[in-house]
Design a protein around this ligand. Sequence first.
Ligand SMILES: Cc1cc2nc3c(=O)[nH]c(=O)nc-3n(C[C@H](O)[C@H](O)[C@H](O)COP(=O)(O)OP(=O)(O)OC[C@H]3O[C@@H](n4cnc5c(N)ncnc54)[C@H](O)[C@@H]3O)c2cc1C
Length: 390
Amino acid sequence: MSAPLLNPAESEEHQALRRAVGDLARRYGPEYFRRKARAGEPVDELWAEAGKAGYLGVSLPVEYGGGGAGITELSIVLEEFGAAGCPLLMMIVSPAICGTVIARYGTEQQKQTWLPGLADGSRRMAFGITEPDAGSNSHRLTTTARRDGQDWLLTGRKVFISGIDHADAVLFVARTEDARTGRLKPVLFVVPRETPGFEYRAIPMELVTAEKQFQVFLDDVRLPAEALVGAEDAGLEQLFAGLNPERVMTAAFALGLARQALATATDYARTRTVWDAPIGAHQAIAHPLAQCAIEIELARLMMLNAAQLYDQGHDVAAGEAANMAKYAAAEAACHTVDQAVHTLGGNGLTQEYGLAALLTATRVSRIAPVSREMILNYVAQHTLGLPRSY
Ligand SMILES: Cc1cc2nc3c(=O)[nH]c(=O)nc-3n(C[C@H](O)[C@H](O)[C@H](O)COP(=O)(O)OP(=O)(O)OC[C@H]3O[C@@H](n4cnc5c(N)ncnc54)[C@H](O)[C@@H]3O)c2cc1C
């Protein structure tokens, strides 16, 4: 379990936030988290306490019960929870994507209905964009919203949607009937979980996490006009208001896991002795761990840069930086967990140390919300100006 990583160049407030979140998370700790995850139970007590302390809503507007800070602070919270063994995946979705989109584009009524609850943790929202036949290519989304008088009717399928069973509603991405093909012009709807025609089924996953993933079936789900978030014809901008924080937060999630794994491995390497000296005295063990520490730090700096760009309103630059930071964090996390497992030998695969569970958890950050290859495609095309390859 990793102590808060304090950097004297960071503001007093940020250091204090890291310490306070770390203190709360360590009271629960990785054993609590793994026990809940293995039992398939949500970490409701932790979520509620984090909400009450203001951590879940730190980036949401003060007038709706939030802390009035930014994605920088929210990413600090998630990173420290993960480093202390409590990676709260739903923070990526509920406050970071859904909270941000509603705060920026929601109606006054939507803000009042949702933001206070998302901020204090009493309500949760899931986010559904991925579809079975679209995958990485969001322009192939087929979930369609058509008007029926004042109402909307939503029909389609989604896959891998996290945490629906403990969410009050899902923010779904669809397209309107008159924009059914071609480049995606997304429309966003808040759909309460119990709405008739909305069904979901858990997907068996090889993950030790508190959240399950679901297939979703939307069959002429009738929604009032007020379910639409933002403008019908706003294009991609309002979707990316949520997707850039999602990438920053996925980086924070990955880096929290990486720090947890690195701390476990270094503690072990300091004391485990099978010849004359602890195994950490062998460079074959020490150097790869040192390399992981450097990779984690590189990715953290990239993540903080992306978060600050986003918070300062540089949306285009934040998009590029968030993609790069997510890539770097996922690679650092996958490498670190692999090395940590190896450092512990057989104990790397025991439930007692919990490292093997992180092998799949960190792979999630390489796949979602946008895969390693799609980020490389993006950087090749947009950063380097190379021809689009697909
Ligand atoms: C644990 C977990 C939780 C998730 N939670 C959510 C959620 O809450 N909400 C949600 O909407 N989604 C969620 N997702 C879905 C996630 O965002 C998708 O899995 C991801 O976008 C990749 O889509 P896909 O799985 O369909 O892969 P595919 O698009 O089928 O890609 C498969 C492979 O092909 C590669 N590939 C595809 N196209 C190209 C190309 N042009 N060039 C090079 N390589 C390419 C990809 O990089 C990948 O390696 C979750 C996924 C997981 C695993």
